[in-house]
Design a protein around this ligand. Structure first.
Ligand SMILES: [Ca+2]
Ligand SMILES: [Ca+2]
Ligand SMILES: [Ca+2]
Length: 630
């Protein structure tokens, strides 16, 4: 009898345990809230929260405390893994955390959302302009300022300085530590490669030299709202932005809106049915028929593989035509700016995202941060193509993207051909002659090197002399000059991984420290000083930052041009030939009077005097002169 009762009791206990377990298996859970915070008095109000979790079917959402209110009914995906809900933030809401409660008939779960005070606008959100000299840093490869984050618990085993596809330890602290170096070089804006949290594991999909790789480059996000743990934290990022601003240096964020990394949680569990263009198992592959994008004739369907195809066949292509995706990405952009105070954006893979989305995106951006500026990556050498993407005009698609600036790839290639390979310099003014196709050529970001191309010094025929000429041109032509880290040391690297080499002296155990004069070779020191001289002239001579460029003389290997400003004219003369050259050109039409004396601010040649409305200049082989009056 006792045994029977005991058995019954055990059975009752088991049933209770089973019920408890099954109820808890169905109870809601909150795993993540995007965005985790927002500031008061924002132009984006209400803010749409995306809550990721489990068992969220039928959920009601409440926010505790004052100043934050849920608006309307939440939208929930079929699997109950995502809730979209709008919250409005009162202008006088007190900063601080608020508890979010999600309740279903099967239980409730809590998450948090933080109300922030808006950052003071003074000295923040400033955009960039031709007054700036930009410097591109690949965070992982510049300087390791914090060795404690080199092999973080979240993502063990991805650090190996001997493997060019693994993390090398560079981080945000390393950039903070070397702000004085950048200031000495004359840099006023840093473009940092993406700092989004990238996947925490080896990439088995993208094999490099037949082996797994890592997301050290930052272009494969797994979380758009977190900083990569190898690089630092959001607090460290804020510290960097503030420290840079104190040094008179702006921060440009590298953003990606076209795709996610291959291991983003959305790939296996999409927040909405059309979140991506296609699925992991069934999607188009990008065929890069980019010329179709500026062609008014082709059917929309012809463009689909280029607009919606997955990059390299494995980077999940976000569907910005979906209203939730669009809203998520727009808020994400505003959040990084609004919570850190940064100044500009370099947008990756611009052309593969619909202009209709960009129009909404730039409108939201400018309405919150009116002085902010964006440079888009359209990697193409054809001005007809790149200029199509600049904002300020409505083209056949009846859409003004609102994009301020583009990386000037059409000028990049002739710069390499002329100054590295020694091919005719006249290709440069020939490219500049197409400037009228842009709505604003003066704001284009000009470059002679970047992280997606082999380095200048690894081009066939490259010399330090040629690199100096390329820099002299870059810092005196129209646009916003952008340098690539290590090019000031004539670093080499012929392909994608080697072009992203470690800056000497940035890493523990480095034999020499090229951040200091003593750690540079004689040649490197000369090059460094030469570029420093150019950035100094760029800041001193208003004309070099103006929008006016007048061609004075063009031959196969010589090029002279003037930059004009009210405060004085600057005349630049470049001889790209391997022998000396004497050239003479008219200057009367740029208000130069006979007897005006011009001095070469680079000190290569003696002063010249205008006679008969002309200037006559003798240039040594492969040299440049920058003349100003006096
Ligand atoms: Ca580190
Ligand atoms: Ca990570
Ligand atoms: Ca796309």
């Amino acid at each position: 009898m006792i045994r029977t009762i005991f058995k019954i009791l055990i059975c009752i206990f088991c049933v209770h345990l089973w019920l408890a377990l099954s109820v808890s298996a169905q109870a809601p859970e909150i795993l993540k809230v995007d965005p985790p915070s927002w500031w008061t008095r924002s132009s984006m109000n209400p803010v749409r929260l995306m809550i990721r979790g489990r068992n969220l079917q039928g959920a009601r959402v409440q926010v505790a405390g004052t100043g934050v209110r849920v608006i309307g009914a939440p939208k929930i995906n079929e699997r109950g893994t995502y809730v979209f809900v709008d919250v409005s933030i009162a202008p006088n809401a007190q900063p601080g955390e608020r508890a979010i409660t999600v309740t279903t008939p099967r239980g409730s779960a809590r998450g948090t959302f933080e109300v922030l005070a808006p950052l003071d606008r003074a000295g923040r959100f400033r955009g960039f302009s031709p007054n700036d000299v930009m410097y591109l840093i690949m965070i992982d490869r510049f300087a390791d300022g914090d060795q404690s984050n080199n092999d973080p618990p979240q993502s063990r085993g991805l650090y190996d300085r001997k493997n060019k596809f693994y993390y090398h330890g560079g981080d945000l602290q390393g950039v903070i530590d070397h702000l004085p170096y950048l200031k000495e070089l004359g840099i006023t804006a840093i473009w940092l490669t993406p700092w989004y949290d990238n996947y925490d594991r080896l990439n088995q999909i993208e094999l490099k030299e037949d082996k797994p790789s890592t997301g050290f480059h930052g272009y494969n996000p797994q979380d758009f709202y977190a900083v990569e743990e190898h690089f630092g934290t959001h607090a460290k990022l804020r510290e960097l932005v503030d420290a840079a601003h104190r040094s008179g240096i702006k921060i440009i964020q590298d953003q990606v809106m076209n795709h996610t990394g291959p291991y983003h949680p959305w790939v296996e569990d999409t927040p909405a049915p059309a979140w991506f263009n296609g699925t992991k198992a069934n999607h188009l592959k990008n065929v890069f028929q980019t010329w179709l994008l500026h062609d008014a004739r082709p059917l929309h369907t012809l463009k689909r593989e280029t607009m919606e195809g997955w990059f390299l066949d494995f980077l999940p292509d976000l569907n910005q035509n979906d209203p939730e995706v669009s809203r998520y990405l727009i808020q994400n952009t505003l959040w990084w700016i609004g919570t850190t105070g940064l100044d500009g954006i370099r947008m990756d893979t611009w052309q593969y995202v619909p202009n209709s989305f960009w129009q909404r995106w730039t409108a939201a951006l400018k309405s919150e941060f009116p002085h902010f500026r964006v440079v888009g990556e359209v990697k193409d050498g054809d001005v007809v193509h790149t200029s199509f993407f600049q904002g300020g005009a409505v083209r056949f698609d009846r859409t003004d993207s609102g994009l301020d600036s583009l990386l000037d790839f059409p000028l990049f290639y002739p710069i390499r051909h002329a100054f590295a390979e020694g091919k005719p310099i006249e290709e440069i003014p020939k490219t500049l002659s197409k400037d009228h196709l842009y709505t604003d050529p003066g704001i284009l970001v000009t470059l002679l090197g970047g992280h997606d191309d082999g380095r200048f010094m690894s081009e066939k025929g490259a010399t330090i002399e040629g690199l100096k000429l390329a820099n002299a041109f870059l810092l005196t032509t129209r646009g916003v000059p952008q340098l690539y880290y290590g090019d000031e040391l004539a670093m080499e690297g012929e392909d994608e991984p080697t072009t992203r080499g470690d800056f000497p002296g940035g890493f523990p155990g480095d034999k020499r420290n090229a951040f200091t004069g003593a750690g540079r070779t004689k040649e490197q020191q000369e090059l460094f000083e030469y570029i420093k001289r150019l950035t100094t002239l760029h800041s001193e001579l208003d004309a070099l930052r103006s929008t006016t460029l007048v061609n004075l003389y063009v031959s196969e290997q010589q090029y002279a041009y003037a930059r004009l400003a009210n405060t004085g004219t600057v005349i630049v003369v470049i001889n790209n030939d391997n022998k000396p050259a004497e050239i003479e050109f008219e200057v009367s039409h740029i208000a130069v009077r006979n007897g005006d004396v011009f001095t070469d601010r680079l000190g290569v040649i003696r002063g010249v005097v205008a006679r008969d409305g002309k200037l006559r200049v003798n240039l040594p082989k492969r040299s440049a002169a920058i003349f100003s009056r006096g």
